[in-house]
Design a protein around this ligand. Structure first.
Ligand code: PLP
Length: 419
């Protein structure tokens, strides 16, 4: 019989196999200093474009003050226990009510982490005879939620309404035999490429098909829509989203998440979300901190305005200089270049060491082979000077990529990897 670990000793997985070359630098890098537009990486100052602190709340003095006061008052234990048992408080309820009002829903329910929370939401919404139809490029948490489903599921091509319609036809036929219903899942904003989910067109299909819609708006909440209520508000279809999900991990610069929808549905989920029912309640410091952040989101529209000033300068600057930024319709700013993984590593090293620019790098298997995706997350704390320096740096690294500099630099690495 095989040792359980034998496969692990042999194969570290598609990303894990690069650990020796990548760890500490490309993956698990240690950014130091206060969370802001400029931080330190390996002792050097870098402009940071890889922190999802969209509205610049992470290190805002008012936020830091409230976080510190809440920590002093409650410590990190309070409340003890799961919501159902002993972890429920008036402040958790207050936050839920305020979140529900902000996203124009009857009720909301807090989740300790978005990832587990949305998994359990999917799990709780569907029974064995139901069918899930979801975008093939969905975030891992949606895919893991779908994995919990005992019944049928279909993917549709990324953001492709024709493909969704085809799969809804298949799902409808199947549901007629199983006697179940259909759950469609989309993201409000796809976090890698920055495209908004085509919610308006998805919702229009409700005229033709009978389904309920769950939207993961992790990147849309706080950044899109007139009030910052997200992609549904931006596209004028918030009322047609049956279950709205957002995390505190991005615009609210914290930890935690929530779902929102009709009261009866939230009441049901409250009693059926396994990862919340059997896990400790959201810490009070996070609850109080989220109340403060939500209040700032509501009352300080300049935060979102500052964010978009930077987004627009960065995206239009990149386009003017001929960079391919795909079809982003959000703050997420991808830059697509052609090259191998070793070339990508040499390029990012150059960007960080010689140009002081820190952004995330995404390569195969997350995106197709031969493509390099440099992903930038603008925030309200960035300046136009940061944008100008970044654009100049991108010009320089593109020239070096095209003239083969990174190929030469990476040749030794490729040899060592046996590629
Ligand atoms: C689209 C999307 N959904 C869900 C999550 C998970 O949220 P959390 O970090 O609160 O677990 C993330 C990442 O934060 C995300 O990008």
């Amino acid at each position: 019989m095989k040792d359980l670990f034998a496969k692990i000793y042999k194969d570290k997985g598609p990303l894990g196999k690069w650990a020796e070359q990548a760890e500490g630098y490309f993956v698990f890098p240690k950014l130091e200093g206060q969370i802001s537009n400029r931080m330190k990486f390996q002792g050097k100052d870098v402009i940071t474009w890889s922190i999802n602190d969209y509205l610049g709340l992470a290190n805002h003095p008012e936020v830091r003050k409230v976080d510190a006061e809440a920590a002093a008052e409650y410590g990190s234990a309070y409340p003890m226990g799961a919501r159902m048992m002993s972890g429920h408080t008036a402040l958790h309820e207050k936050l839920q009510n305020e979140l529900a009002a902000f996203v124009s829903k009857e009720a909301a329910y807090l989740l300790n982490f978005g990832y587990q929370g949305i998994m359990s939401t999917i799990d709780a919404l569907v029974a064995k005879d139901d069918i899930i139809v979801y975008d093939v490029d969905s975030h891992a948490c949606i895919i893991d939620g779908v994995r919990l489903h005992m019944g049928k599921r279909f993917t549709y091509k990324h953001n492709d309404i024709e493909s969704l319609e085809k799969n809804l036809e298949r799902a409808t036929k199947m549901a007629e035999t199983t006697g179940g219903g259909i759950l469609v899942v989309s993201e409000g904003v796809f976090g890698m490429r920055g495209e908004q989910g085509r919610l308006k067109e998805i919702v229009a299909l409700k005229q033709k098909f009978n389904f309920r819609l769950l939207v993961d708006d992790a990147h849309g909440f706080g950044t899109l829509g007139a009030t910052g209520a997200g992609a549904g508000e931006e596209q004028g279809v918030q009322d047609d989203i049956d279950v709205y999900f957002a995390t505190f991990a991005k615009s609210l610069a914290s930890t935690g998440a929530f779902i929102a929808g009709d009261k009866e549905i939230m009441d049901y989920l409250k009693y059926n979300l396994r990862s919340q029912m059997f896990a400790k309640s959201l810490q009070m410091t996070l609850t109080v901190g989220a109340l403060k952040r939500l209040d700032m989101l509501r009352t300080m529209p300049e935060l979102k305005q500052n964010l978009w000033k930077i987004v627009n300068a960065l995206q239009s600057g990149l386009k003017e200089r001929g960079f391919d930024i795909g079809s982003t319709t959000s703050c997420v700013t991808p830059v697509y270049l052609n090259g191998s993984i070793p070339e990508a590593m040499a390029l990012v090293r150059d960007l960080r060491e010689n140009y002081g620019i820190f952004c995330s790098i995404v390569v195969y298997p997350v995106i197709p082979k031969g493509l390099i995706l440099l992903r930038m997350i603008p925030t309200a704390t960035h300046t136009l000077q940061d944008v100008a320096e970044t654009l100049d740096a991108f010009d320089a690294i593109r020239t070096r990529l095209e003239n083969g500099t990174y190929k030469r630099m990476s040749a030794a690495l490729m040899k060592a990897m046996g590629e």
